[in-house]
Ligand binder design. Structure first.
Ligand SMILES: Nc1ncnc2c1ncn2[C@@H]1O[C@H](COP(=O)(O)OP(=O)(O)OP(=O)(O)O)[C@@H](O)[C@H]1O
Ligand SMILES: [Mg+2]
Length: 242
């Protein structure tokens, strides 16, 4: 397998005459966790949505597991690159239905639901419960189990713990970290929670105004910010709006 999971080469995305992202170049190694931080409206969600072709780059190239995104058959790309959102997508029906939904959609054989629930630290007996009755943290983990059922190599996580209380947040976080440790998943993890970025990231990317302004280890980003933009973002506790 390629040692680079993702390589962005001068990537830009324009819509309606506006460049939401411009000149982004960076790479993510296989097994690495990158936390993406930055003000609201900076382009963080836009950036990760380009990696599984939810949106198509206007300029530049994105190489995913050794192949340019547009060269991948979309279905296969979305299998290799899974995405999880802030508000877990939950369908009417049982937890089992919800976990197996992606496999059905892709016409792949069902998998052992108990095993998938175990991967996200949920008890097997929940399989027959109505998914809509679960707690927020449990729903997040069901949505994660649905994504993991597809056996993605790369996970795109968009503020997956933002809607959770402190306890549920730490639980989902430790589930994700265990997946990284045990299964070597590569993660691009957008978060507004700077302490979370410190805890989970091998590398942090600071995005502001549609640019990748700085990248570095958590220590570099949080202790030795180089740009004025990052310094003021950190001084405001990450709450600055762009
Ligand atoms: N389809 C679109 N057309 C025009 N502008 C858009 C579109 N989608 C997003 N935007 C704008 O692009 C900018 C970047 O949006 P994006 O969702 O990537 O930001 P973000 O960093 O994820 O913000 P947040 O932290 O609030 O989620 C924002 O100003 C947003 O309003
Ligand atoms: Mg966003």
């Amino acid at each position: 397998m390629a040692s680079r999971a993702v390589e962005l080469k001068n990537v830009g995305f324009e819509t309606g005459g506006l460049w939401l992202l411009r000149g982004v170049s960076a790479e993510v190694d296989v097994g690495q966790t990158v936390a993406i931080i930055g003000p609201s409206g900076a382009g963080k969600s836009t950036l990760i949505s380009l990696i599984n072709l939810m949106r198509t780059p206007t300029e530049g190239e994105i190489w995913v597991l050794g192949q340019e995104v547009r060269a991948w058959p979309v279905r296969e790309l979305r299998q290799r690159v899974g995405m999880v959102f802030q508000s877990p997508v939950i369908f009417p029906g049982s937890v089992r239905d919800n976990v197996l939904f992606g496999l059905e959609l892709h016409r792949r054989p069902p998998r052992d639901v108990a095993e998938l629930l175990q991967m996200v630290d949920l008890p097997a007996h929940l399989a027959d419960h109505a998914a809509e009755d679960l707690s927020g943290g449990q729903k997040s983990r069901v949505a994660l189990a649905r994504t993991l059922a597809m056996e993605p190599d790369i996970l795109l996580l968009d503020e997956v713990t933002a809607a959770l209380d402190v306890h549920a947040k730490r639980e989902v976080e430790s589930t994700l970290l265990r997946l990284k440790r045990e299964l070597g998943k590569t993660m691009l993890w957008v978060t507004h929670d700077l302490d979370q970025a410190r805890r989970v990231a091998d590398e942090v990317w600071f995005v502001a105004g549609g640019r990748l302004v700085e990248r570095g280890t958590p220590a570099e980003i949080f202790n030795e910010p180089r740009s004025e933009a990052l310094r003021s973002f950190l001084a405001e506790g990450g709450e600055v709006r762009s």
